[in-house]
Design a protein around this ligand. Structure first.
Ligand SMILES: [Zn+2]
Ligand SMILES: [Zn+2]
Length: 455
């Protein structure tokens, strides 16, 4: 039996083990390839065990007052006698031992298991795994810190379970995940009001910053949501933010994740604004409407920018082309300014497709009309093929459903489409001319008919 050996005999075995290890390097070539792994495990187990005993020895010295007696701190003592720890580790080892001996309640000479008054206290459970070499000092300290934060908030019976769960988690995935686990553990083991209090605290600190408008740059928001709010947002964004490859053209969706999510969010909001405008009986009456002031010259010459007025985004500049795209939406009112700054047109009724018209267009087009796109009608906008700002009419023959992505694309590339009264053999009414600039080519053939040319 091992236990019958005296300490001196054990030290002789240790010396023999060190000697074996020192010679191991020269003998490795004798080891079969498949045995290298198991050999590593053997040496590793020995090293872990040694690490555990190293902690125990420092603990013993601390409890006995040995360290104090020589006028050193635990840290200095470890530094002196455990030179391998000087490269890093001696501070954490010392800190763990100081923490542990402060909470130890044993009389000298007691065995490992009754070092602590309460064997179910986190410190007792953690230390029990330290001395076996399973848990190293950094992880032990991380767990004890987390448990200090948690203990008062848990039902008392759950403390040992949570401590053990923390240890398993730390052994499985490291220290970093420890704090993320806190809220989940609170939900499972917290006192009845704990999670609610935590949620309440989160609710009152949730925020969405006011937009930081910087002309010509991205407008920046900062946002912090409660888990509940975040899950609602993610559920709504998820399907909209997925990459959408084009099955017909095999074109991949090259948008970044961030871009897709931003577009999905704006899609959600414009959908809401459009629905709200419907309920209120028109964009002019809806609170969700964006009003953009735009100089006539901007529209005529495709230069300059419109400016958002009357909302917290006031001052945001919107380029002429984007503005054209937004004019296909019910959720914006372009206020066109004459050269003297007078409002020429508030772009009301005749710009917007009525609900009845939209229903007819939905049932005609069914999906986004861009070749290969199958985005359902509910995700689309009604686009003015001949732009409203260029004098296009708000009627069925000038309308085409486009999903947000293709709506942007069609405006960016300035594409023209032919809208037929009868469907072709594939059932389509709208035929896109996908050559960039086809819209301008079409406009060039028209007599000057822009409503703004004459103004
Ligand atoms: Zn459009
Ligand atoms: Zn589309």
């Amino acid at each position: 039996m091992e236990q019958s050996r005296s300490l001196d005999e054990h030290r002789q075995v240790l010396a023999a083990a060190r000697e074996s290890l020192a010679q191991m390097g020269d003998l490795l070539h004798q080891c079969g390839g498949a045995d290298l792994g198991p050999l590593l495990s053997e040496v590793d187990a020995l090293a872990a065990e040694a690490g555990g005993v190293r902690c125990e020895i420092v603990f013993e010295a601390s409890l006995r007052g040995e360290i104090r007696e020589v006028g050193k701190s635990t840290r200095e003592w470890v530094y002196e006698y455990a030179p391998s720890q000087r490269q890093g580790g001696h501070a954490q080892l010392a800190k763990l031992v100081d923490l542990t001996s402060a909470r130890a309640a044993r009389a000298l000479g007691a065995s490992r298991s009754d070092v602590f008054l309460d064997p179910d206290a986190p410190i007792a459970i953690v230390w029990g795994r330290v001395v076996t070499g399973e848990v190293a000092p950094p992880l032990a300290l991380a767990i004890l810190t987390e448990m200090d934060r948690l203990t008062g908030r848990l039902v008392p019976e759950a403390v040992p379970t949570v401590t053990r769960a923390m240890i398993e988690l730390g052994l499985g995935c490291g220290r970093a995940t420890m704090s993320e686990l806190r809220i989940r553990l609170l939900a499972m083991y917290g006192s009845p009001d704990e999670v609610e209090d935590e949620q309440k605290r989160l609710r009152t600190s949730a925020f969405l910053s006011a937009p930081q408008v910087r002309s010509g740059e991205l407008t920046i928001y900062r946002m912090g949501l409660t888990p509940e709010q975040a899950s609602i947002l993610e559920a709504a964004l998820g399907p909209l933010a997925k990459p959408k490859p084009n099955p017909e053209t095999k074109e991949r969706d090259l948008r970044s994740n961030g871009q897709r999510r931003a577009e999905a969010l704006s899609e959600l909001c414009s959908q809401f604004a459009a629905d709200d405008a419907d309920r209120q009986g028109g964009a002019a009456e809806s609170d969700a409407t964006v009003i953009v002031q735009v100089p006539l010259q901007t529209l005529r010459e495709h230069t300059g920018a419109g400016e958002v007025i009357g909302s917290s985004a006031t001052g945001t500049l919107i380029g002429a082309e984007t503005l054209r795209k937004m004019c296909c939406d019910a959720s914006i009112i372009p206020a066109v300014l004459g050269s003297d700054g007078e409002t020429l047109d508030w772009g009301r009724v005749e710009r917007l497709f009525t609900r009845r018209q939209r229903r007819a267009i939905w049932s005609r087009d069914r999906t986004c009309t861009y070749p290969g796109c199958t985005a359902p009608a509910a995700w689309t906008r009604v686009h003015h093929v001949h732009h409203w700002l260029d004098g296009g009419l708000t009627d069925m023959d000038n309308a085409a459903l486009l999903c947000q992505r293709h709506h942007t694309y069609v405006h960016d590339k300035r594409l023209w489409a032919v809208v037929r009264r009868e469907p072709d053999e594939s059932g389509r009414y709208v035929h896109w001319d996908t050559r960039p600039g086809s819209y301008d080519a079409y406009l060039a053939k028209l007599p000057e008919n822009s409503p703004w040319q004459a103004a």
